[in-house]
Ligand binder design. Structure first.
Ligand SMILES: C[S@@+](CC[C@H](N)C(=O)[O-])C[C@H]1O[C@@H](n2cnc3c(N)ncnc32)[C@H](O)[C@@H]1O
Length: 214
């Protein structure tokens, strides 16, 4: 017997993009059939945030990366219902994709919305926001590209700021609260009256390249 909600149409299934070749970087031109500025949502969950962004900005490409099959399936259905051609999902570990499959200097914005906080000290090594991830993100971002991290955990926010202190790769920049749609987890935390902590970082120009090429 089929579980309710287990059925997914071919069109929805096609929204999930399978990495064709792990030995070469992804081609956004192949995935989307066009080369325009791209944004990536790391741990995109059910795709609500990604879908809303893609609807608001048809002139951009949106890639969501999520490890859980059920959330990918929900995201595919959502993107299909919205009839979007500028949003695609990959089921994978996003740290691996960013480190080895995104072309250098290709992404305009990364979003990390409510990363799993792992608050217990003995679990903290499972946190996905690490200096290594920031390093891979910096390489994949275009010059002056943006990294956007949002969490409901004050301690996680401080963890992000601490990593930042140790890296000269980014500068902080402000983010107007209403400038982005709400993700599913964000709505849940706002409804519960929890505080939300936001970090918006801009990639600093590489001083080795000189000003003429920035
Ligand atoms: C707390 S949820 C937030 C979901 C969504 N960003 C939102 O704000 O509604 C964190 C998500 O990150 C995903 N995730 C955690 N680590 C991941 C990894 N290494 N690669 C891909 N997805 C990951 C989880 O499966 C989960 O869906």
């Amino acid at each position: 017997m089929r579980r309710a909600g287990a059925i997914i149409s071919e069109a929805a299934a096609a929204i999930q993009f399978a990495v064709p070749d792990h030995s070469r970087p992804l081609s956004f031109a192949e995935i989307f059939g066009r080369s325009v500025p791209a944004e990536v949502d790391l741990g995109c969950g059910d795709g609500a945030f990604l879908t809303a962004l893609a609807e608001e900005h048809p002139e951009r490409n949106y890639l969501g990366i999520e490890k859980l099959f059920g959330r990918i399936r929900t995201g595919c259905k959502r993107i299909e219902r919205a009839e979007l051609t500028n949003a695609r999902l990959i089921r994978a570990d996003f740290a691996q994709v960013v480190a080895s499959l995104l072309p250098a200097e290709s992404i305009h914005v990364f979003h990390i919305m409510f990363p799993d906080p792992w608050p217990k000290r003995r679990h903290q090594q499972r946190r996905v926001v690490t200096p290594e991830l920031f390093g891979s993100i910096e390489k994949a971002l275009v010059s002056k590209g943006v990294l956007h991290v949002v969490t409901d955990e004050r301690e996680y926010y401080q963890h992000v700021l601490k990593i930042l202190k140790g890296t000269p790769l980014f500068e902080s920049t402000s983010i107007p609260e209403e400038s982005l749609p709400r993700s599913t987890f964000e709505q849940r935390f706002i409804d519960a009256g929890d505080p939300i902590y936001r970090v918006r970082l801009r990639k600093l120009p590489d001083p080795r390249k000189g000003f003429a090429s920035q």
